[in-house]
Design a protein around this ligand. Sequence first.
Ligand SMILES: Cc1ncc(COP(=O)(O)O)c(C=O)c1O
Length: 361
Amino acid sequence: MNTEEIFSRSVLEKPESQRASRSNASLDLTRLMRLGWNENPYGMAPEVLKTIQEAARKGHLYQDFWCRDVKKAIADFYGMTPENVIMGAGSSPLIEMTGQAFINPGDEVLMCPTFAAFNDMTEVRLGRVVTVPLKENKGYDLNGLLKAVTPRTKMVVICNPNNPTGQYIPYEEIVSFMEKLPEDIVVFFDEAYIEFATAPDCRSAVPLISQMPDKPIIVSRTFSKYYGMAGVRCGYLLCSRELAAGISRIPGSWVSRDAQAGAVAALKEQKYYQSTKKQIVEGVAYLERELAALGCTVYHTQTNFIMFDPHIDCEKVREEIIERGILISIPMLCRVSVGTETENEYFIQCMKDILKNAAVA
Ligand SMILES: Cc1ncc(COP(=O)(O)O)c(C=O)c1O
């Protein structure tokens, strides 16, 4: 078999995926404390779990292909219509779908260093990723993005708050950026973590969809993080009806019956999720304080993970902490997800140990 002959150009010309999760394939993940993938340690609300269990009884029947109830629930949640909503089995397939809908070979996609799915989305369509460096404080550089616009720019990706930095862009800066950006450039806002934010000016771009009707704006959200449903797989895009109609021509991922039912139930359980958010925000404060006390440079986060510089080799920290039973990620520097109180304390104990050993070595 000559793979050079049978694979499409998009496969042959695509570089290796940059997704950090691929490098964990050989680990026994069932035995590790998972502080590497920004999962929510408190999980789903009990009512959501019950709803999913009930939905699973009908697992032998196909789900509602049109996702009518969940689209309606999401639309109501935002004061929009179901025609503004596109559903996916998590937001990752929706990112791929957006790439398919908009990117032609040679198109430029502007972004600062962010979630690697956006590289994949572009490269698999034979588009060109144009990466604008982060600012010195690791913030997303909107002015840098504006300066990088060329006639080939097709899309700008803004991850707010950003993964892996945890940094956010104040709302006023987003509005001013959008006012200056040419109208024919698609803007994709990834807001996977925005529900965890506590800064008053860390706000969703969703209102801009109706306030700037001439701009092609897409916002992605997920039930994986704040709603603790990473393994259930449910995410969605919000955009104008015109954009949604176009994107929907791309065959998408089917959202299971369990995921649809779980998502509808989750939106009703805001009290539960506000209380788990409180615990996560307390966990953030604890981890940030303790890591700083250990001499690490900590980038104050608006998410459920923290990026920090341990001032020793991050790869070594990752290897040593895996030996102690904890999974973290090193997409740029070290990144740790907030766990339960016990997990956070154990993580800090391990970091103390690792940094102390490195100091005497
Ligand atoms: C910034 C960002 N966007 C999107 C996703 C995809 O999440 P999911 O496919 O579970 O919705 C992730 C997952 O870690 C992420 O960090």
